[in-house]
Design a protein around this ligand. Structure first.
Ligand code: ATP
Length: 355
């Protein structure tokens, strides 16, 4: 299996206008602020390229809507969303709704229903941005996060509520099919990068079942990718390696929980949580993929107009690549780097710029 490219329709160079249909969900906190900044970027890209167009449909799915109507996603909402080429998402999380409800009510409802099992998180120190690491310039990683099962499979329960014998279980689920498809995705990605290195992140010393399956399937697949150099690292040890020997890592594949944590570390080592992008991909393109900055709703700075939009702009680069718009994606990445290099920084990067 190779990672499918965008359909011929989107790659058409015959002069026909390529119009991509995007669903735009700002969500909560700074989500709508950074997403609207992203929409301005898309409009600018399209103005400069007459053949490239975006048809945007905005959805007000948010915690405010959940409090008003009882639901994040209205009846029929997911079916409607399925018809889009891609989804641009801001963030979800509010003081009024418990985090596990907001996450499962909106973001995970889409990610799980649309089988977006490959979560891709590039990390790099952009020009003009300072890493807290002296060796930060060597950071050039892609974290591939298993996004459909593992620790976040939603498998578990509560019993005997309120009694001294109350119990809560949380079962991590690892299926051979689920493990194989994410490892294969990571191998295919590693193969396309100059270093062609792939690090298996695991915890199979302590977790004897699912994580051992995770490792076994990886090693079985490795035989099919002789051009990719592999190694294996325990999740605790890889945190130290990220800090001490960043140049020794390239692509990392990790479980849902492990990669969630590692990618926040990667974002912080790259200078700020505000610059890091994410793609939630359904590589088979049976469903639209969802693109979002790594950060959350950042309620502490919401409404002040100071949120860093770079994470969303870089996210748009991933979205454009997914749509086959490689030239526009490269142009946008160059523009982002020119801006960061000129130190047009929001306060999270030590500057005074507004969103
Ligand atoms: P979540 O649980 O959804 O990840 P959180 O509150 O734990 O939410 P974030 O919302 O990502 O995490 O915020 C963590 C910190 O990073 C906050 O102090 C926030 O202000 C800062 N931060 C996050 N994103 C940005 C951004 N785009 N620009 C500036 N600061 C940001």
């Amino acid at each position: 299996m190779s990672i499918p490219k965008a359909s011929d329709k989107t790659l058409d160079r015959s002069g026909v206008r390529r119009e991509h249909r995007l669903a735009v969900i700002g969500g909560d906190g700074i989500g709508p602020e950074v997403v609207e900044a992203g929409v301005e970027v898309l409009e600018a890209l399209s103005r400069a390229r007459p053949a490239l167009g975006f048809a945007l449909t905005r959805y007000d799915w948010s915690s405010e809507r959940r409090l008003r109507t009882g639901r994040y996603i209205p009846e029929g909402g997911l079916a409607e969303l399925k018809s889009f080429d891609a989804i641009l998402f801001g963030a979800v999380g509010s003081r009024e709704v418990p985090d596990h409800e907001s996450l499962w009510g909106l973001r995970l409802a889409i990610v799980q229903s649309f089988d977006q099992y490959a979560n891709v998180r590039p990390a790099r120190v952009l020009p003009g941005v300072e890493s807290p690491l002296s060796a930060g310039a060597a950071i050039d990683w892609v974290i591939v996060r298993e996004n459909a099962e593992g620790e976040y499979a939603g498998h578990g329960g509560r019993a005997h509520r309120g009694l001294p014998i109350e119990v809560g279980t949380e079962t991590a689920v690892f299926t051979r099919a689920g493990v194989e498809r994410i490892h294969r995705f990571a191998f295919e990605l590693a193969r396309q990068r100059p270093k062609k290195r792939l690090t298996l992140v695991t915890k199979s010393n302590a977790l004897r079942f699912g994580m051992v399956l995770w490792d076994e399937v990886f090693h079985e697949l490795a035989a099919q990718y002789p051009d990719v150099r592999t190694d294996r690292e325990l999740v605790d040890a890889v945190t130290a390696r990220m800090v001490k020997r960043p140049e020794s890592l390239d692509v990392l594949v990790a479980t849902n929980l492990h990669a969630d944590i590692l990618s926040d570390l990667a974002a912080a080592l790259s200078g700020s949580l505000g610059v890091a992008p994410t793609a939630n991909l359904n590589p088979e393109r049976a469903f639209p993929s969802l693109f979002e900055p790594i950060h959350g709703s950042a309620l502490d700075i919401a409404g002040q107009g100071i949120a860093n939009p770079i994470g969303t702009f870089w996210t748009l680069v991933l979205l454009l690549e997914h749509l086959g718009e490689t030239e526009a994606a490269a142009a946008l990445m160059r523009a982002i780097e020119r801006v960061t290099e000129a130190r047009v920084h929001t306060p999270d990067l030590g500057g005074t710029a507004t969103t």
